[in-house]
Structure formats: structure tokens, C-alpha cells
Design a binder for this molecule. Structure first.
Ligand code: XCC
Ligand code: SF4
Length: 639
């Protein structure tokens, strides 16, 4: 449907790039207003075919070297590196970057925790003492008769090892099912501290070091596991301890959560600290009064992307949209400030913000943007930054000049299903004699469990692959758990409601109706994929479904992924024992040794999970269900 503009800019049919009606409406407005978004840039930037296959290397300056994906073994790099070495090194660096993002986030949480525990920060406190005790016990800390303070100090010291430890296994290895851990030990996959693993991986991918794809994979497996069972899990657990473990809560999503006569503030990013403080600032009586004095009815706070997903799960803060809607939402003209921290913050936001006079405010030392306003956030004085952001938003409200157009789309869904709550909901406590999740899997009402997670990507129709895949899975009695931008896709499509049970197969629908739960459970942000790992570990522990995560009738997918974090997440699921299917594109040439290693040998040789790839949601569902059925058969519970 592409037409040509005089400027040679390729125009695309807006209905082809998204199923989000609000985003479509705003992309139409953007086009009228002459504003460019990532959708336009994607249409005008053909992805590099050599890079898409990962058939190029720029690890040294004898290159960059380009190999031929059609004849992968026909050529080697100047140094002699083969296609397998090149692809494995590139993949390793993707995993490193993704792991670094999550572990740095987790370490930031731990920094805050330390300062709170030491009494240097008074604005935050330990909200969930029960969770603190549970996490402490899970790493072998005796809690009986100890004060909260003493337990917290011990836990801090223990969890610091997740990052800094030079030798020995990370603390949360204690939560990995014994047989899975035994496999990791056998193949040298158990991570030491994340810093050490990341450093070693960067070293090994330097020119002329590790040039055996299997040995490279051994190290990036450790790196990925240092993310999933390390950095990400620490981020989730410390957030729960400081801010409370999520419980199901009804939340509004989509752009219709913006309110024309309110000061609208959007927080977009990944860490909860600034967002938590923003929640306090927007309720500050003096600031609310200032908003009213400016002519507003009040202040309206909404989230986007992952910290949005986390705050929606934990506190019921409305969510305005996922990654591919962040530029579009500014086109409403109703956003009085967009405040960002880290990760997935498109630089394109700055220009769109300038077009609508919406300040884009960066707050983290790690993430400045040319043209954005920077107001540094500090854990020790959090409200200084967030109050100032609110004042900036109020002043923009006062000076609103452009017409405002807010899409009406708004959906209410239930979010906030922590693994603790899933256990509680489906099992009471872990009673050995009755474990409804496992029992319902064994009796076949629930065929299996699938994690559908990850980004949206302008290379595919926004939300469509997520929604079609999840519908197909629940129709076939597969219970779906979600995080991140995918969760928002499904929330906006109305599938995070108990009523969506009518879209589920008879067995799953019956379980959902009995418990009153949706067939699609939202668990929060991308670091909260660690909740899925723990849910898997609990399923093994509850019994009846084998001894390792690899035995479970479960599968995972990131059908519209775009970030390196997704690659790290995908690989820690594979290495934990989960069959994981990605969409969009996969950065490996087929019919190579490295491809076979990821798509086959991780399962066959190591007895863990494996990678899968397909662009089509129905085929993806078929692959995941076939895997679930294979595992059911092996467990002797296929009927
Ligand atoms: Fe980013 Fe986390 Fe992906 Fe969304 S899902 S596009 S990583 S915001 Ni995490
Ligand atoms: Fe080329 Fe080898 Fe240098 Fe890579 S490391 S750019 S393959 S010479």
C-alpha cells in the first residue's frame, strides 16, 4: 500500500502498522501535523540484511567483515573467524547488554535498599516484612527471633554477592530446582557474580579470544542466568520488599486514561524509585493546589512501558500504552510532561515533544538526551526531582496552546498477579495434598502454561502478533502469564479480565470461572519475568510434573521483541529449561552449527530448553502447544 510523497518519503498505510486504535488515531494526527515517528522511520529504513542475519563482525579494525548468509561457510573474516564464531560473539554481546541493563537496574534497587536499611534514606521503608523474611529464608538466612532490621542487613550482604562475588554460585541458585541446578553444574552454567560474568564475556568476545561457538555459548549462558536468577530477580524481590508485593487490582489502560482538564504526567521507563516518588508528588496538597490554581481539575498520573506495567501492577496507576505508543501519545497534545528514567526511551521523543510543547524530562545519570530537560533524581532526596517535574508540567498546562485530541479507547483489566498470589489463588498455601495449579494441569483442564512477554516493534503490526498468539493459546487451554509491553497489548485488547474466560477452551474457562481469574495473568515489568521463573520453580516443587523446569508443560514467547534485554531474557528461559519462541526476526543464519546449538542441542544435549522462531502467531502457538503436549506425554499425563 506504499505511496510515494514528492520528498521520496515512503508513506505507509497506518492501519497496516498497528491494531491499537488510539495509536492509529494519533499516527493519523501526526501525519496531519507533519510529525515523524518510529513507524515512519522504520518504513524508510530497510533493515540491513547482513546484520539481520548476524553475518557481519566489527569486533576489530581489520574489518568490519561481511560474510554471506546464503553461503555461510564460503568465507571467513580477515582474522579467519567463521560464521559460527561471528554469530555466537554477536549473540553473546546482545546477552551481555541485556543482562547489564537488568543487573544494573537490580543493583540500583539494592543501593536503595542498603541506604534504607542503614537509615540514610527515610523517604522509603520496608513495606513488606513477610516478603523480606521469605526472601531471606530462600537464601538460607535464619529469621527466627531476629529483628526486621537485622534480617534486612543480612539479606543485603548476601544479595550483594549476586553482582560482586568472584567465586561461587549466586545466592538465588538456592531457588533453582535441584535437578536443573545439577545440569547447570555439569555444564558449568552456574553464574558467579554478574560483574565477573559480564567482564569475562566481553573479554572472550574480543578479537582472537574465544573462537569456539559452543564455548562462547557456555559463557553467555552464565551471563543470561546471572540476569534471570540474579539481577532481575533481585530487582523484583527488593521492589516487593520496599514497595509491597503486588496483588490483583483493576486498572485502566490505553490513551483514554489521559484527561483533557487535568495536568497529565506520564512516567516512562523501568525503575520504580522515581515513579514511586512521583506518585507521592502528584498527591502533594500544595502541588495539587498549584494545578488547580492553573485552571486544572487536578493532576493525572499515568505510566508507559515497563515501569508503567510495574506501577499498574503494584498500585493500580493507569497505563497509557506500550513501547510503540510513546511518541504517538505525545501527539494528543495533552501530555504536560513525559518523565523518563532508563531503557527503551526513544531519542525520537525529544523532537515529537518539541512539536507539541511537551517537555521530555530525563532523570537518571545513565540516560540523558540531547534536547531534553534533565532534572537529576536522587534516592536520598527523591521529591526534589519529582516535585520539580510536576511544577514543569503545571506550567506547561497553563500555557497549553495547541488543540487537544485524546483518543477515547480505555480498557479496565486485572493486573498484579505475583507468583505468591498465583500460589495463594490456585493453591492456598503449598499443601502437599492439594495443589490446584499442578492438579489442573495433571487432570488436563489446563493444558500447560505459556509466558508471552516482550516489546512491540515497528517491523511488525503493533499488538497484533501478541493478541493473536495469546488468543490461540487460551483457546487451546493454555494459561498465559505476561509481563512488559505484551501485557499492555493484551490489556488494551480486553483480555485481562475474568470475562475473557469465554475466549478460553472449556477446561481453562472452567478453572478461570471457579477462581474468578482472567485466562491471561499480568505479572508486571520485564524484570518481573523472574516471577515466571519462580512460578516454574514452585510448579516443580509442588510435585507431579517432573523434577526439573525442563519437564514442565510450559513454553515462552516474545513475538514482537526488539531489545537486547529480550535476547537475554529469552536465553535465561532456554537455559532454565523452557522452550522459547521469538518472532520478528532471529539474528542467526539457519543451517549453521550455532543455529543447531540454540535451536536443538540445548534441549537434546544439555536437557534444558531450546530456542524457536516464527513470525506467524498461529504457527507460533502451534509450536508451543506441540511442545507442551510433548512434555505432557513424557510425564504420562496426556489423555
Ligand atoms: Fe522495552 Fe520494558 Fe521491550 Fe517494552 S518490553 S519495549 S524492553 S519497555 Ni520490557
Ligand atoms: Fe573481521 Fe575477525 Fe576483525 Fe571480526 S574480529 S572484524 S571477523 S577480522
Amino acid at each position: 500500500m506504499a505511496e510515494k510523497k514528492a520528498s521520496k518519503e515512503k508513506l505507509f498505510n497506518i492501519r497496516d502498522v498497528s491494531i491499537s486504535e488510539s495509536t492509529i488515531q494519533m499516527l493519523e494526527k501526526a501525519r496531519r501535523d507533519g510529525v515523524e515517528t518510529a513507524f515512519d522511520r522504520a518504513a524508510n529504513m530497510k533493515a540491513c540484511p547482513i546484520g539481520a542475519d548476524s553475518a557481519c563482525c566489527k569486533h576489530c579494525f581489520m574489518g568490519p567483515c561481511r560474510l554471506n548468509a546464503k553461503d555461510p561457510y564460503g568465507k571467513v573474516g580477515v582474522c579467519g573467524a567463521t560464521i559460527d564464531t561471528i554469530m555466537a560473539r554477536n549473540f553473546a554481546r546482545n546477552v551481555v547488554s541485556g543482562c547489564a541493563a537488568h543487573t544494573d537496574h537490580g543493583m540500583g534497587m539494592l543501593d536503595l535498599f542498603r541506604e534504607v536499611v542503614n537509615g540514610h534514606i527515610k523517604e522509603y521503608e520496608i513495606k513488606d516484612v513477610q516478603k523480606l523474611e521469605q526472601v531471606a529464608q530462600s537464601v538460607g538466612i535464619e529469621t527466627e527471633g531476629k529483628t526486621t532490621d537485622a534480617i534486612a542487613k543480612e539479606l543485603y550482604a548476601e544479595l550483594e554477592r549476586t553482582y560482586t562475588q568472584i567465586e561461587g554460585e549466586i545466592p538465588f541458585a538456592s531457588r533453582v530446582p535441584a535437578k536443573t541446578l545439577e545440569t547447570w553444574r555439569k555444564f558449568n552454567f552456574v553464574p558467579r557474580g554478574a560483574m565477573r560474568e559480564i567482564m569475562e564475556m566481553m573479554h572472550r568476545t574480543h578479537i582472537g579470544v574465544d573462537q569456539d561457538h559452543e564455548n562462547i555459548a557456555q559463557q553467555f549462558t552464565r551471563v543470561a542466568l546471572a540476569d534471570g536468577w540474579g539481577g532481575s530477580l533481585v530487582a523484583t524481590e527488593i521492589s516487593d520488599i520496599l514497595y509491597g508485593t503486588p496483588r490483583p487490582v483493576a486498572v485502566e489502560t490505553d490513551m483514554g486514561v489521559l484527561k483533557e482538564d487535568y495536568v497529565n504526567i506520564i512516567v516512562h521507563g523501568h525503575e520504580p524509585n522515581m515513579f514511586e516518588s512521583m506518585l507521592v508528588s502528584v498527591n502533594e496538597p500544595a502541588l495539587v493546589q498549584a494545578a488547580k490554581d492553573a485552571g486544572a481539575k487536578g493532576i493525572n498520573l499515568a505510566g508507559m512501558c515497563c515501569s508503567g506495567a510495574e506501577m499498574m501492577s503494584r498500585h493500580g496507576v493507569p497505563h497509557a500504552g506500550n513501547f510503540m505508543s510513546t511518541e504517538a501519545v505525545i501527539c494528543t497534545g495533552a501530555v504536560d510532561a513525559m518523565i523518563v528514567d532508563i531503557q527503551c526511551i526513544k531519542q525520537g521523543l525529544v523532537k515529537v515533544g518539541q512539536c507539541y510543547n511537551t517537555p521530555i524530562i530525563t532523570t537518571n545519570t545513565r540516560c540523558h538526551m540531547d534536547g531534553a530537560v534533565h532534572i537529576q533524581f536522587n534516592d536520598h532526596t527523591p521529591s526534589e526531582c519529582t516535585d520539580e517535574c510536576v511544577i514543569k508540567a503545571i506550567s506547561r498546562f497553563k500555557n497549553r496552546k495547541l488543540p487537544i485530541e485524546i483518543p477515547r479507547q480505555k480498557c479496565v483489566g486485572i493486573h498484579g498477579f505475583s507468583h505468591e498470589y498465583i500460589n495463594y489463588m490456585l493453591g492456598g498455601t503449598f499443601r502437599a495434598s492439594y495443589t490446584p495449579l499442578n492438579d489442573n494441569i495433571i487432570n488436563g483442564k489446563i493444558r500447560g502454561v505459556a509466558g508471552v512477554v516482550g516489546c512491540t516493534n515497528p517491523r511488525v503490526k503493533q499488538d497484533w502478533v501478541h493478541v493473536e498468539l495469546v488468543k490461540e493459546l487460551i483457546k487451546n487451554d493454555v494459561l498465559v502469564v505476561q509481563t512488559g509491553c505484551s501485557q499492555v497489548s493484551l490489556a488494551n485488547a480486553g483480555l485481562l479480565t475474568p470475562e475473557a474466560a469465554h475466549l478460553a477452551g472449556a477446561g481453562l474457562a472452567e478453572v478461570c470461572e471457579t477462581v474468578g481469574m482472567p485466562p491471561v495473568l499480568g505479572l508486571g515489568s520485564c524484570v518481573d519475568n523472574s516471577r515466571i521463573l519462580i512460578a516454574c520453580a514452585e510448579m516443580v516443587k509442588m510435585g507431579g510434573l517432573g523434577d526439573s523446569i525442563a519437564d514442565l508443560p510450559v513454553a515462552g514467547a516474545a513475538p514482537e521483541y526488539m531489545s537486547e534485554k529480550a535476547i537475554s531474557i529469552g536465553h535465561y528461559f532456554v537455559a532454565s529449561g523452557v522452550y522459547t519462541v521469538f518472532g520478528v526476526t532471529f539474528p542467526i543464519v539457519k543451517d549453521t552449527k550455532f543455529h543447531k546449538l540454540l535451536f536443538n542441542d540445548f534441549e537434546e544435549k544439555y536437557g534444558l530448553g531450546k530456542w524457536g522462531f516464527h513470525e506467524d502467531p498461529y504457527e507460533m502457538a502451534r509450536m508451543m502447544i506441540a511442545h507442551i503436549d510433548k512434555k505432557r506425554k513424557a510425564l504420562g499425563i496426556d489423555k
